[in-house]
Design a protein around this ligand. Structure first.
Ligand code: ATP
Length: 301
């Protein structure tokens, strides 16, 4: 065990954990362990949870939450991230975690995963990198398949179950109007109800390669526009159960979006805008429709 480090004792630091949206999410197979292989374009956006970390003397991890309701115990992904960091480094330290939750919960925006990655990254930095990037990525994947993405900064192509990540160097600067209808979607329910035919390993690999090549070919086009490649294999199922998702999509397009799509397993839907001003106008209009919480967020580079 390492001795108590004075680095974090009683000093507090504040960190921002951004949300993500999936510009494209294609399922390319199901693994024997039940996880799904996918190819996705994931983009972090400027809608944040705020996390405060402070060292304490009592050798325990404590957590307080404010804002939107999430479990304020060992189930919280921020808590679990800190716990796994201390266990794997052997560092003995008391830590108080304050979580101000603003990213809608169970909404397809990756809030819990982002909180977990934020805590892992911050603790590794505070303790001067006891874990390598590879070790940190392994801890992240153990916490959830979206967590490794949030260790990176910026848009990525995700493959495998989400752990193979390739940064996209030149993603267009866009504004996203995000609407989260007031329905709770269980990610497990969505994946459990996907109508996925049995498929061999070779076919899975081919599908993955084709999807990946499709994305790469589009990114190379001089005329590339994200609105042209929006697609989410989980959308039809979630939308059939919650028709409000389709209504929000249509309303975003009517409000001037250059495309609209459900993010992750939903229910949040985003619309794309090249102009901040048009995005603001759309946000105002979407608020009047009262179909859910409405946010305007810039894509993060
Ligand atoms: P996922 O696809 O992983 O479910 P999501 O973006 O749809 O991601 P999250 O907001 O991450 O949803 O919440 C997923 C579940 O994780 C919720 O049931 C929530 O209670 C639990 N959870 C645990 N810790 C957190 C946290 N810090 N923030 C949000 N949710 C958390």
């Amino acid at each position: 065990m390492l001795s108590r480090s004075p680095t974090i004792d009683h000093q507090s630091s504040t960190h921002l954990a951004p949300a993500k949206i999936n510009i494209r999410l294609k399922i390319t197979g199901r693994r024997p362990d039940g996880y799904h292989n996918l190819v996705s374009i994931m983009v972090p956006v400027g809608l944040y949870d705020r996390i405060e970390l402070r060292g304490t003397d009592h050798n325990l991890i404590t957590l307080w939450c404010e804002g939107l309701s999430v479990p304020a115990d060992r189930e919280n992904l921020a808590y679990r991230a800190a716990d796994s960091f201390f266990s794997s480094t052997g560092i003995e330290q008391g830590l108080s975690i304050g979580l101000k939750k603003d990213i809608p919960v169970a909404a397809g925006l990756g809030g819990g995963s982002s909180d977990a990655a934020c805590v892992l990254k911050a603790l590794n930095r505070i303790y001067s990198d006891p874990l390598t990037k590879k070790e940190l990525a392994a801890l992240a994947l153990d916490l959830g398949t979206d967590v490794p993405f949030f260790l990176k900064d910026g848009p990525c192509i995700a493959k495998g179950i989400g752990e193979i990540l390739e940064p996209i160097e030149e993603w267009p600067r866009l504004w996203y109007v995000i609407v989260t209808p007031p329905v709770r979607v269980s990610t497990a329910w969505v994946y459990g109800n996907l109508n996925w035919p049995p498929i061999g390993e070779t076919e899975q690999l081919e599908l993955t390669r084709d999807e990946y090549q499709f994305i790469i070919a589009n990114l190379k086009k001089s005329s590339f526009a994200p609105g042209h490649i929006l697609d989410n294999d989980l959308e039809a199922l979630t939308m059939a159960r919650f028709p409000v998702i389709g209504a929000v999509k249509r309303a975003l397009i009517d409000s001037g979006a250059g495309g609209a799509l459900m993010s992750g397993s939903g229910p949040s839907v985003f619309g794309l805008f090249e102009s901040e001003e048009r995005a603001r106008e759309a946000k105002t209009r979407m608020k009047t429709l009262d179909t859910g919480d409405v946010f305007l967020a810039e894509g993060l580079p």
